[in-house]
Write a protein that binds this ligand. Structure first.
Ligand code: MG
Length: 339
């Protein structure tokens, strides 16, 4: 199998600020795998938080480049249970890019969109949230105007003044609001804010406390009247079992777990434990977002807006119609370059 790589420089419309820092430029890789006349596309968005960057991706690809042989099914299995798993153990965004491209090839070969390969009903896609990063009240007002096409807002908290901004947003809109603290609170703050956010009718809180503080998360889950969704706590499928007492649901992202294949495994485990499933993303183009969207009929919540936050998305794939995800109908991922 032949692998071609392209390095993209992406820019968000606004500086994207969360509790851990602020950024405007992102460097993601596009992978194209060619096998027996079929070319599959995948995206790799390395995250420094998870120990990856541009250099680690290049290094990881060098390790496996000569070993990408065989049919797409076998190759996919080797990414998660064989020699390639061992070589890419810490390179989940690389595995995600390769796994996506392999599913794209399989769909193209079968003349089926990816969601049909998973027997999912494309009419059952959820509404996606649109994320409003942390900002001054003036910029937040401007972002609210941009968020008009979306029915659900996700507000980043965990920085001083966050509650004032939330109140300001609440004053201006009656849309469903979700909150993401990105590990920014301690237990005392989380307990206090969980009550307050419940009173304000917030839908759920994402990762209020550091994923290292497992006992505190358990205590919060026991007393919180508002659902707690784990994000940073959940990387691999095994984490779903280990963290089941720490939250009411999990946020699955392809770049964290290593692609569509482990994400499907995680959805299955979450459902067995009675946990809610959220599908999230990094700042990604329509390649990565569409790959995740093909799983979205199986999710309770979607936060697939990484492409919507870009000033220019080089690809076309999943669409958003009145806030609802609309899957492309073509074979495989159904992604095409934007002319
Ligand atoms: Mg999050």
């Amino acid at each position: 199998m032949k692998l071609d790589m392209e390095l993209l420089t992406l820019e968000t419309r606004h500086t994207f600020t969360i509790s851990r820092g602020a950024r405007k430029k992102y460097r993601n890789f596009i992978f194209r795998l060619t096998w027996e006349g079929f070319t599959g596309i995948g995206e790799c968005a390395p995250q420094v938080y998870y120990g990856e960057d541009e250099a680690s991706v290049l290094e990881a690809v060098r390790r496996v480049e000569g070993k990408l042989d065989g049919d797409p099914e076998t190759l996919k299995d080797r990414l998660f249970a064989g020699d390639l798993k061992a070589l890419l153990e810490r390179d989940n965004s690389v595995r995600a890019g390769l796994d996506m491209a392999l599913w794209d090839i399989i769909g193209r070969r079968e003349h089926k969109p990816c969601h049909a390969l998973f027997s999912l009903d494309p009419r059952k896609t959820p509404y996606t949230s649109y994320t409003i990063g942390f900002d001054s009240p003036e910029v937040v007002r401007m972002k609210l105007t941009e968020a008009q096409p979306y029915r659900i807002l996700k507000i980043k908290m965990g920085l001083p003044g966050d509650l004032e901004i939330l109140d300001e947003i609440r004053k201006q809109t009656d849309k469903t609001i979700r909150v993401d603290a990105n590990e920014g609170w301690n237990l005392a703050t989380a307990l206090r804010l969980a009550e307050e956010l419940e009173r304000k009718g917030i839908e759920f809180i994402e990762q209020p406390i550091s994923h290292f503080r497992k006992e505190e998360l358990k205590a919060l889950k026991r007393s919180s009247g508002i659902p707690i969704i784990l994000d940073e706590s959940i990387v691999h499928p095994g984490d779903v079992d280990d963290c089941r007492d720490q939250g009411h649901g999990i946020n699955i992202k392809l770049m964290k777990c290593g692609g569509i294949t482990p994400a499907r495994e995680m959805i299955g485990r979450a459902k067995r434990h009675g946990l809610k499933v959220m599908l999230g993303c990094m700042i990604e183009t329509s390649v990565g977002i569409t790959a995740a969207a093909h799983l979205s009929p199986d999710a309770d919540y979607a936060d697939l807006d990484g492409n919507l936050l870009l000033s220019r998305d080089p690809f076309i794939g999943v669409r958003v119609d009145d806030g609802k995800l609309v899957l492309p109908g073509g074979s495989g991922l159904g992604v095409t370059p934007r002319e």
